[in-house]
Design a protein around this ligand. Structure first.
Ligand code: ZN
Length: 421
C-alpha cells in the first residue's frame, strides 16, 4: 500500500508577466561560496517554512521574499520550478505556546497558518506547489526512521529514538564548541545521559503526559524537528518512492532558509537524508540574513517582533513593506526602524509617479542594470538604486521623453521582483 501523505492549501497563484530580455545565469552565494545556479528544464527548491505560533514577522518576510526572487528568476529563465515548503506544525515551541495560552495546539497552528497565507499573498510571493505540514507525513517519517535504523544510525535512550551523528561530524559547518552551545539554545539536549554524542538529535519522542502522539512502529509519539524536513523534502521533490534503493541523480537543487537554520537544522536534516539514501541530497544551500529592530536582535524572547499582519492592519502599503526589505541585501543582517519604512514609502511614491507618466526617459539602461544586479546574488539594493535614479530623472523638469510609457519596466519589476506598482 502506498504511504499516506497530505499537503494543505497554500495561497493563490500569481501571474508573472513575460519579459522580452535574455537573462544571464543566476549566481548565488551558497554555503560553498559563489556558484552559478543553472536552471535546467526543472529546478527544485525546498524552503524551510514557519513553525506556526508566531507568523509572520519581518525576518520571515525577508527570507521568503528572497527565495521568491530565486523562484521568479528561474521561472523567467525557462525552468519549471518545483517549489516545496513545509510547516513545522508539530514541535516544542508550538506546544509550549499553546500550553501557555491555554489553547489547543491545532487551533493555534491553523490560525497562524491562515495569517501566513494572507501575509504571503499581500507580499506577492509565489505559493509553493506543495505546502506540507509535518502532521501530513507521519507514516513516511515512521518508514524513514526504520530505514535509517536498518542502515545503523538509530539508537534508543529510554523510549526515545536518537540519530547517531558521529559519521557526519566532519561536515560540521561551525566549530564544535559553538555547535554545542547553539544546539542547546535551539531545542537540542546535549547533556542528556545515555546519548552517544551530545549533538545527536532526537528522531522520535515517546509520548509523554498530555502531548499529542501518533501511532508508529516505534511506539506512540511524535517526531523531532529535523527529520520532518528531511522526509518532506525527499518525498515531495524525489517522489513517493524516495526510500526505495538505487542511486539517484541529485534532485534537490537548492535548500534555503534563514541563517539561523545553518546549524543545527540544515546540518541535521542533510545528515539524516544522507543516512536514508546513502548520498547527499541537496546541491546548494542558501541562507538569508536576520532582521533586527532599532539596533537589537528581533526575537520572541525580547518580545520585539514586528509582524507583517500588524503593519497591514495599520494600513501600511504591502508594496512599501516589501520595498523596504528589498532595499537591503538578503544575506546581510539588517535593522528595521520606522525610518526604514518611511523611506520606502517615499521611494514607492516617487517610482509610482515616474512609472505613470505618459512619456518617460528610456528604460533600456535601467532595465539592464536591474537584471544584472539581480543575477549577481540578488543584489536588490543595487537594482533599486538604479530604479530610483531613473525615477528621479523622470519627475525632474525637462526630462528627455524618449519613449511612450514605462510599461516594459513595470512588467520587469513585477516579474522579477514581485513589485507590482
Ligand atoms: Zn526545515
Amino acid at each position: 500500500m502506498d504511504m499516506q501523505s497530505q499537503t494543505i492549501p497554500s495561497w493563490p497563484d500569481l501571474y508573472q508577466p513575460p519579459i522580452d530580455r535574455a537573462l544571464p545565469p543566476l549566481s548565488l552565494k551558497t554555503a560553498a561560496g559563489m556558484q552559478e545556479i543553472t536552471a535546467g528544464q526543472r529546478f527544485s527548491m525546498y524552503i524551510c517554512g514557519i513553525t506556526p505560533y508566531d507568523a509572520t514577522h519581518l525576518g520571515h518576510a525577508a527570507t521568503y521574499i528572497a527565495f521568491d526572487l530565486i523562484n521568479r528568476y528561474q521561472r523567467v529563465a525557462g525552468a519549471q520550478v518545483c517549489f516545496v515548503e513545509n510547516i513545522t506544525d508539530i514541535d516544542e515551541p508550538l506546544l509550549e505556546r499553546a500550553a501557555r495560552d491555554d489553547q489547543d495546539w491545532r487551533d493555534l497552528a491553523a490560525s497562524q497558518i491562515d495569517l501566513f497565507r494572507s501575509d504571503m499573498t499581500a507580499l506577492h510571493i509565489f505559493p509553493p506547489a506543495d505546502f506540507v505540514p509535518a502532521t501530513g507525513v507521519m507514516e513516511l517519517i515512521d518508514a524513514a526512521i526504520s530505514q535509517m535504523d536498518r542502515n545503523g544510525f538509530v539508537y534508543r535512550v529510554g523510549d526515545d529514538l536518537y540519530f547517531d551523528i558521529s559519521s557526519f561530524l566532519v561536515d560540521l559547518p561551525i566549530p564544535i564548541n559553538e555547535a554545542l552551545e547553539i544546539f542547546a539554545e535551539r531545542g537540542g539536549d546535549p547533556s542528556r545521559t545515555g546519548k552517544r554524542h551530545p549533538l545527536d538529535p532526537v528522531l522520535w519522542w515517546a509520548n509523554k503526559n498530555e502531548e499529542p502522539g501518533w501511532e508508529s512502529s516505534h511506539g506512540l509519539g511524535r517526531p523531532g524537528w529535523h527529520i520532518e524536513c528531511s522526509v518532506i523534502a525527499l518525498r515531495y521533490i524525489l517522489g513517493e518512492n524516495f526510500l526505495k534503493s538505487g542511486k539517484r541523480p541529485f534532485s534537490i537543487d537548492l535548500q534555503g532558509g534563514g541563517s539561523d537554520l545553518i546549524f543545527p537544522h540544515h546540518f541535521m536534516s542533510g545528515a539524516q537524508a544522507k543516512a536514508m539514501l546513502g548520498q547527499p541530497f541537496t546541491q546548494h544551500y542558501v541562507h538569508a540574513g536576520m532582521v533586527g529592530l532599532d539596533g537589537e536582535k528581533m526575537s520572541k524572547s525580547k518580545g520585539n517582533l514586528v509582524f507583517v499582519s500588524k503593519l497591514l492592519q495599520e494600513g501600511v502599503d504591502p508594496v512599501a513593506i516589501k520595498y523596504a526589505l528589498l532595499k537591503d541585501h538578503y544575506q546581510s543582517d539588517r535593522m528595521w526602524s520606522d525610518a526604514t519604512l518611511e523611506q520606502a514609502i517615499a521611494a514607492v511614491a516617487l517610482i509610482r509617479t515616474a512609472l505613470s507618466r505618459e512619456w518617460v526617459a528610456s528604460t533600456d539602461a535601467v532595465s539592464s542594470s536591474i537584471i544584472t544586479s539581480i543575477s549577481n546574488n540578488l543584489d536588490t539594493p543595487m537594482a533599486l538604486q538604479a530604479l530610483e535614479e531613473w525615477a528621479r530623472v523622470n519627475v525632474a523638469p525637462g526630462v528627455d521623453e524618449a519613449q511612450r510609457g514605462a510599461g516594459d519596466l513595470s512588467r520587469l519589476l513585477d516579474s522579477l521582483l514581485g513589485l507590482a506598482f
